[in-house]
Design a protein around this ligand. Structure first.
Ligand code: PD2
Ligand code: ZN
Length: 291
């Protein structure tokens, strides 16, 4: 039977990729819903090549679906800073670039979330909060940690339209597949609460890391989004370089680490909240698909 590539299918393919799904994932979905693999692959490649050329990208520079290298996507999550933009247009939102640092790689964004999104995240997270756990690299499990005196919860990836919209925006901003993201975590800090300096990657030498790394490999990037503005304190700090990013509602701080090593200088913490409260949402990005 001949399978026909309709304009609707082409539009669906573009929508999936624009939403941040990896082309390999789109191919998989098409095969699962009955498309012959060679027809699906052809539809995917011709549709994406046409879409890219319409947007000024030379398709010859883009890696075929399924091939490993060379790649045009960055090796770690990274916004497109090629033109040193002051504003990045993500389609549904224009995000400003407030600060960039080369090493450690840190970028601070303004207006990443709307006030409505911040309020909706807090309201949905509040009834599901529990004392924050940290991943225990010794055992591969999770445990209460005295260095982290916040309450938290995880949303499942794509669990609501609100979460999907934010996850898709993160994928577009950081040019990293949506599937490589862990579920969004919301943290609530009361006065005196803090998150002492730590690294977000998993220590490869620790006995529990092998279990953790099975779910998508190492973490390679973090986006901390501020859902409110604490009255005093609560900055995200990078002690190796003396940087403190003030928590301001709607803004976000991104940092990446291309190796699980302190030489990335990505030691960072949440400074104690001195007055008021602090709400953040964190998205951790893995090397591969987080399952
Ligand atoms: O809340 C913060 O500022 C913060 C600081 C350090 C959050 C995280 N790490 C994290 O969620 O990993
Ligand atoms: Zn952290």
């Amino acid at each position: 039977m001949t399978q026909v590539i309709t304009p609707e299918l082409r539009r669906w393919i573009v929508d999936q990729v624009v939403a941040g799904h990896a082309p390999e994932t789109v191919l998989q979905s098409m095969c699962t819903s009955g498309w012959q693999e060679d027809v699906a692959l052809d539809a995917l490649e011709t549709t994406l090549a046409q879409h890219l050329s319409e947007h000024g990208v030379n398709p010859a520079t883009v890696v075929p679906v399924g091939s490993q290298s060379p790649r045009t996507t960055p090796v770690v999550p990274e916004p497109d800073m090629a033109t040193a933009p002051s504003v990045i247009d993500l389609g549904d939102r224009r995000v400003s670039v407030l600060l960039t640092l080369a090493s450690p790689r840190v970028v601070v964004f303004g207006g990443f979330l709307s006030d409505g999104e911040c309020d909706a995240l807090v309201a949905t997270a509040q009834p599901r909060l529990a004392r924050s756990l940290t991943v225990e690299v010794q055992t591969g499990g999770e445990a209460v940690n005295a260095d982290r005196t916040s309450n938290g919860m995880f949303f499942r990836r794509g669990e609501s339209e609100l979460i999907s919209n934010i996850e898709s925006r993160i994928a577009r901003l950081l040019r990293w597949p949506l599937e490589n993201g862990e579920g969004l975590q919301v943290l609530h800090y009361q006065p005196g609460a803090q998150y002492k300096p730590h690294y977000d990657y998993f220590d490869p030498e620790a006995p529990g890391s092998a279990t953790i790394l099975k779910r998508g490999g190492q973490r390679v990037g973090t986006l901390v989004m501020y859902l409110n503005t604490p009255t005093q304190g609560g900055a995200t700090t990078f002690p190796d370089v003396g940087l403190a990013v003030a928590a301001q509602r709607g803004n976000a701080v991104f940092f990446s680490y291309d190796r699980p090593h302190p030489t990335t200088q990505t030691l960072h913490g949440g400074a104690p909240v001195l007055a008021g409260e602090k709400w953040v949402a964190t998205k951790w990005l893995r090397e591969g698909e987080f399952v």
